[in-house]
Design a protein around this ligand. Structure first.
Ligand code: C2E
Ligand code: CA
Ligand code: CA
Length: 692
């Protein structure tokens, strides 16, 4: 759990850092570059346009004034004088388009183009262009305060045109800060303008739109300065983007590299597999998540060394990576586990592939450990009947499922793979529910003691009983121990349950003694989890003493699996229990493979033959009977009593009686029963229908 929250924190931290991702900078960089370039272009074009526009407008204004003059002049000889003053090439056409007068070369349409502007009437009494004729955005204003230039009288315009023409030229050149000499003109634009002279005549003249050196220098300097600024901006942004990219690379390395294998870590796997699954349509590819464990890794490290173990992890990582396809992923997920994302076409093919992967890994660690693989098939995402891109990708929960599947292999010593099934989820949910309810159930005494009598097969006499737990849950009803005892054994609650059972059995026995029943020893199961407690025997003794129950009425049952943990501690506890006067029995004898060995060292009183003897394939056969009768003989020669469990039929009872089995605990005589029913059995003292 602590591991998971640590990983979550790391992931959050990484995602925060990723917010400064390189492409953000790149996009910013692009936007700024484009914006700056656009601004530069707009600026230069505007300045150019403004200059040209100003030139054209000025020329037009001048020509218009000339045209006014032209209309007022009646003398043929002077008519063209005003145009000549302009000192430019021009020609005049009549209403038929025929040239009636020209000066210089008519290049309109050849080297230049016609720039037609407003017709007569578009200029007001101040000599200002009205509206915004096409191409004209700036106009000259006449200084009406200047009496020399004329004025406005009785609704008619009075203008000294000759002086006005001069003034216009003055204004034009003064504005550019130069004389009206043409010396410094370095570029002339080939623009022709058209002015309506009235009565069908039109003037076409070559406008003197020009750039002077100073203007050009200004443009060039402007261009260079803004270009330089732009280049500096680009450089700064480029440096920052590159340094961010380097940083990002470092961050990636730091966050995604696994310290032990130098390959990828879980965080990388998490993000990459989410990405892969989101990107690829589930109709195209199916993916499976695998949890691969090096079972027995810790033992390997103890036998060899941690360094050796880590070298095997590196080897495993490399071998796994070499077996992957293009879209497939592998990472070291925790101490001795790896996470894999594999593509597959069908389940059988995947199973075969995992099988060959496991055998490919077989050489690693010289068979010092096995490889266990848990497989979770990521379900395709269906939306409206179509298979689509996966949206609800939850790698952590999918990986958990793969882990659950892998956990089912825990007891296997060879390499194996297990697929996740839905039942596993139910089991996990049930486990969580039981764990959640256990403490409250104990406090509310929801656990009930059932008693299963043990009878003498020859006499039918009641000789003992086994206390078996039942859970009477208000929410879930009657629950058999198979559904919760393994969970308690796993989560450690079993020690409290065992105490509870000992206490209640001792209390019942005391009560029955006080009520005058003929009590027989009742055996109580004690889980292996207890045997790490060095004072277990004392604890049991004190508990029973608190109830005031004679020790001879309590027997302690140890399951065979408990005999493996710590032999010396085991012998010690058994010896002490016997010293305190408790009988100790070995439960489920014959269900494991080391039973005989345990018998050799443990000073036990009772041997309980496992129900499998009477249920398995060999049950009832000659060979089966030989094994049972030899086991009984063995017990006898070790001075032990025998109890046969799970006996359901009369023939078996007869056979066991003939072999000298001391007691039978089985449905043939009685099923486990509530205390009240057991009281009846005690009263009778003998099995119903049993022969005397
Ligand atoms: P176990 O200790 O081997 O208990 C014997 C089981 O076999 C009991 O199942 C009993 O009902 C069943 N049984 C007895 N005779 C027959 C028969 O003739 N036919 C069949 N089919 N079954 C028979 P139960 O009570 O369901 O208990 C199951 C297991 O749960 C026990 O196996 C024991 O390992 C565990 N358990 C039960 N109560 C406790 C307890 O108080 N403490 C601990 N630690 N474990 C307990
Ligand atoms: Ca038992
Ligand atoms: Ca048993």
């Amino acid at each position: 759990m602590a591991d998971a929250s640590k990983r979550k924190k790391k992931r959050k931290k990484y995602l925060k850092l990723r917010k400064n991702r390189i492409w953000h900078s790149l996009v910013m960089f692009l936007i700024v570059t484009i914006a700056a370039a656009a601004l530069l272009v707009v600026f230069i074009v505007s300045v150019l346009y403004f200059s040209v526009d100003k030139g054209i407008t000025g020329e037009y204004e001048t020509a218009w004034k000339m045209a006014e003059l032209y209309r007022n002049v009646t003398d043929e000889g002077d008519r063209y004088l005003s145009f000549d003053v302009m000192d430019t090439d021009y020609y005049i056409t009549d209403k038929n388009g025929k040239v009636v007068h020209s000066k210089g070369k008519n290049t309109c349409g050849e080297e230049g183009y016609l720039y037609a502007i407003a017709l007569e009437g578009n200029i007001d009494e101040d000599g200002k262009l009205l509206g915004s004729p096409e191409g004209v955005s700036t106009v000259l204003h006449r200084d009406t305060e200047d009496p020399v230039l004329g004025g406005y009288e009785d609704g008619a315009i009075y203008i000294d045109y000759k002086r006005l023409v001069g003034k216009v030229f003055d204004v034009f050149y003064t504005n550019t800060g130069k004389d009206k000499t043409d010396e410094d003109v370095s570029m002339e634009l080939p623009v022709w303008e058209e002015v309506d002279l009235g009565s069908g005549e039109t003037l076409f003249f070559k406008a003197k739109v020009s750039f002077k050196d100073t203007n050009l220098v200004f443009f060039v300097v402007m261009f260079l300065v803004s270009g330089a600024l732009f280049a500096i901006l680009l450089l700064v942004m480029m440096i920052s983007t590159i340094s961010k990219a380097i940083n990002q690379h470092r961050v990636n390395k730091l966050f995604f590299t696994d310290m032990q294998t130098k390959g990828h870590n879980w965080l990388w796997f998490l993000l990459r597999s989410e990405q892969t699954l989101r990107r690829i349509t589930s109709a195209k590819k199916s993916f499976a998540l695998i949890d691969l464990e090096l079972a027995g890794y810790r033992r390997y490290c103890v036998c060899h060394s941690v360094d050796d173990g880590e070298a095997r992890l590196v080897e495993t990582n490399n071998a796994l990576c070499a077996m992957l396809g293009k879209k497939e992923l592998c990472a070291h997920s925790s101490e001795h586990r790896f996470a894999l994302l594999l593509e597959y076409a069908d389940r059988d093919a995947l199973q075969r592939r995992i099988g060959s992967m496991l055998s490919g890994l077989g050489g690693i660690g010289a068979h010092g450990f096995a490889f266990h693989a848990g497989v979770f098939l990521i379900p395709p995402e269906e939306r409206g009947g179509f298979l689509g891109r996966r949206k609800d990708v939850d790698i952590e929960s999918d990986y958990n499922n793969a882990c659950s599947a892998r956990a089912t292999l825990e007891d296997r010593s060879e390499s194996a793979a297990a697929f996740f099934e839905d039942k596993l989820v139910e089991d996990q949910k049930w486990e969580a529910t039981v764990t959640e309810m256990q403490q409250r159930a104990l406090a509310a005494e929801e656990f009930v003691v059932y008693y299963q009598p043990k009878y003498d097969p020859r006499t039918g006499e009641l000789r003992g009983a086994e206390a078996l737990i039942r859970w009477q849950s208000p929410e879930h009803g009657f629950i058999t121990p198979y559904r919760f005892i393994p969970i308690f054994e796993k989560n450690g609650f079993i020690t409290e349950i065992d105490h509870y059972m000992i206490q209640h059995v001792a209390r019942d026995q005391r009560r029955w003694l006080d009520m005058g029943y003929r009590c027989v020893p009742v055996s109580v199961n004690v889980s292996r989890a207890h045997f790490i407690e060095p004072d277990l025997a004392e604890q049991i003794r004190d508990m029973i003493d608190r109830e005031g129950t004679p020790h001879s009425l309590i027997e302690i049952e140890l399951t065979e699996s408990a005999f493996f943990d710590d032999k010396n501690a085991m012998i010690n506890t058994i010896t002490k229990l016997k010293q305190y006067g408790f009988a100790v029995s070995m439960d489920d004898f014959g269900s494991g493979y080391s039973s005989l060995n345990s018998l050799k060292d443990m000073p036990l009183d009772v041997l309980k033959l496992d129900a499998e003897f009477f249920r398995g394939e060999a049950a009832g056969t000659d060979r089966g009977e030989i094994v049972v009768s030899e086991a009984i003989k063995l017990a006898k020669s070790l001075n032990m009593r025998t109890v046969a469990e799970g006996v359901e039929i009369k023939d078996q009872v007869d056979f066991l009686a003939a072999q000298g089995c001391d007691m039978i605990q089985g449905y043939y005589f009685a099923k486990p029963m509530p205390a009240q029913d057991y009281e009846e059995r005690m009263k009778n003292g003998r099995a119903e229908g049993a022969e005397t």
